[in-house]
Design a protein around this ligand. Structure first.
Ligand SMILES: Nc1ncnc2c1ncn2[C@@H]1O[C@H](COP(=O)(O)OP(=O)(O)OP(=O)(O)O)[C@@H](O)[C@H]1O
Ligand SMILES: [Mg+2]
Length: 500
């Protein structure tokens, strides 16, 4: 036992985020922490890592009582956290980001740039991600940023390494690399706490599992003794089978048509990230885009939304060509929920309600009188529709758990009343129960005639949610299947760029 939290509570205003939790961290083992959005996982981890102070309760390190006044103090004693929300500085290089936290271990002597770059390169090599350490973080895709975040934690030689949703933007291959490193670390005696809404993945790497619900510890077991159903049951009291929607909407007339669309690769302008894609989505239809990292799904959606310039091709809604800036496209009924929701989706200094009404304002202003009441009603209704757990519309956005912030971004797009809704990985970082809610919401929207196009890297979602699934590989649509007519293997082979 390296570290222990005893009877820890945490109160934020009216919210009791933790209600007397005992939690132990064991050397050389992976403890997976499960719980719905807002269950208190990140709060407990922030307390272990010195970011938050417990309201009551004790922490022990190596059997001695301890109170960390800051994350720096925790890191000095070997307790390091990889954050759920990326905390890198986008305008600094990868190397600068990596060593911002590491200066301390060099006995007060600044490390020279060259040595830093070499160490950075070695770390990235270990993570099998050959990024030049001089690259600005802002130029990296989301998954690469997440890897830099992991590298930064590795640079700190932790004894207790807390990973809060480390893989939400990683590809399957990148997750494999991370798992190899986790096994190396535990073999060296490092204690790992692992949080993920990707339950299968977390169960695969875990030695011990702990489930939180509503700020309390509800179940604990050895990983070998439990299965997915056990975890889901303790998290939400709803079975995994009920995750995917039963009903599907009638599809109507063709609403979105894309003809021969090509988009340059934003990171490698000489190449195409989307290469001559044509597709249609009907009113009431849900179309999925499945593919591996780099297949071009995000670039396709961003180009449709007007965030990336197209090289060639045409986009029509209802037969009318769509072009121009993002706002013009929103006005024409096209909305995108982006992949990188932290950066693109939310204004951190505003409340939940303000964030929600940001993009919907157009609608409120159009009415005969701009009524604050009307706006507030729409906002609270939306909070309920997307099941945001918050004290109310006035809660600061930063007071919401990671998954609940994601739901706010979704709500924001819905308030523009889109006719064509584009969703990039809509369930990233969202708990199983809320995933089901989001699928139901998508189906409801389709039922009201909205055309939904969504990208996913989850095979189960790809197989069960969309009416039609398009598999992308290397910028092209390589396969199209209707729901229930294809196997996991077929889809996987196609996404590797296999047969057409
Ligand atoms: N700084 C804060 N101010 C007010 N409330 C907060 C603050 N941080 C967390 N909370 C509240 O504490 C509760 C637990 O949040 P926490 O972030 O620990 O959840 P979580 O289990 O990590 O969820 P997720 O899976 O969505 O990341 C939530 O109700 C959240 O709104
Ligand atoms: Mg969290």
């Amino acid at each position: 036992m390296i570290m222990e939290a005893r009877a820890v509570t945490k109160v934020f205003g009216a919210t009791h985020a933790l209600k007397g939790v005992d939690f132990a961290v064991e050397a050389g083992r992976v403890t997976a922490l499960f719980g719905e959005n807002g269950a208190g996982k990140s709060t407990l981890m922030k307390i272990l890592a010195g970011i938050e102070q417990p309201t009551t309760g004790e922490l022990e390190l190596d059997g001695e009582p301890i109170a960390f006044g800051s994350p720096r103090a925790a890191a000095d004693r070997g307790v390091v956290i990889i954050h759920q929300e990326l905390s890198l500085f986008p305008n600094l290089s990868v190397a600068d980001n990596l060593f911002m936290a590491r200066e301390r271990v060099r006995h007060g002597v600044m490390v020279d740039d060259r040595a830093q770059r070499d160490t950075a390169a070695a770390l990235l090599q270990r993570l099998e991600e050959p990024i030049d350490p001089r690259t600005d973080v802002s130029e990296l895709r989301l998954g690469q940023q997440q890897i830099v975040e992991i590298a930064r934690a590795l640079a700190q030689d932790a004894r207790v390494l807390i990973m809060d949703e480390p893989t939400s933007a990683l590809s399957a291959a990148e997750v494999e690399v991370l798992f190899r490193i986790i096994r190396e670390l535990t073999a060296d005696g490092v204690a790992i706490v692992y949080i993920s809404h990707h339950l299968e993945e977390a169960l695969e790497i875990a030695d011990h599992v702990v489930v939180l619900r509503d700020g309390g510890l509800v179940a604990e077991a050895e990983a070998a003794d439990v299965n997915l159903a056990w975890i889901v049951e303790h998290m939400v009291g709803r079975s995994q089978d009920e995750l995917f929607p039963e009903d599907h909407a009638e599809t109507g007339a063709e609403l979105l048509r894309i003809r021969d669309l090509s988009v340059a690769d934003p990171r490698n302008p000489g190449r195409l990230s989307v290469d001559g894609v044509s597709l249609t989505v009907r009113a009431g239809e849900i179309v999925g885009l499945y593919g591996l990292m780099g297949a071009g799904r995000t670039e396709l959606l961003e180009a449709l939304a007007g965030r990336l310039r197209v090289v060639s091709g045409e986009i029509d809604i209802d037969g009318d060509m769509i072009e121009g800036p993002v706002s013009a496209r929103i006005a024409r009924g096209l909305a995108l929920v982006p992949e990188d929701r932290q950066r693109d989706g939310l204004v951190q200094s505003m409340s939940v309600g303000q964030n929600l009404s940001l993009s919907g304002l157009r609608r409120f202003i159009r009415g005969p009188l701009v009524s604050a009441d009307k706006e507030r009603t729409a906002v609270t209704t939306m909070m309920r529709d997307v099941t945001v757990k918050a004290s109310g519309p006035d809660a600061p956005i930063t007071s919401l758990s990671g998954g609940n912030q994601q739901k706010v971004v979704l709500g924001k797009a819905l308030l523009t009343q889109p006719r064509v809704l584009l969703l990039d990985e809509p369930t990233r970082g969202i708990d199983v129960g809320a995933k089901a809610d989001i699928f139901t919401l998508m189906t409801d929207l389709a039922g009201r005639g909205v055309a939904v196009l969504f990208a996913t890297s989850e095979l189960d979602e790809a197989l069960h949610v969309p009416d039609r699934l398009l598999v992308m590989a290397k910028g092209k649509v390589v396969r199209e299947v209707r729901r229930g007519t294809s196997s996991r293997e077929e889809i996987m082979v196609a996404s590797e760029g296999g047969e057409r």
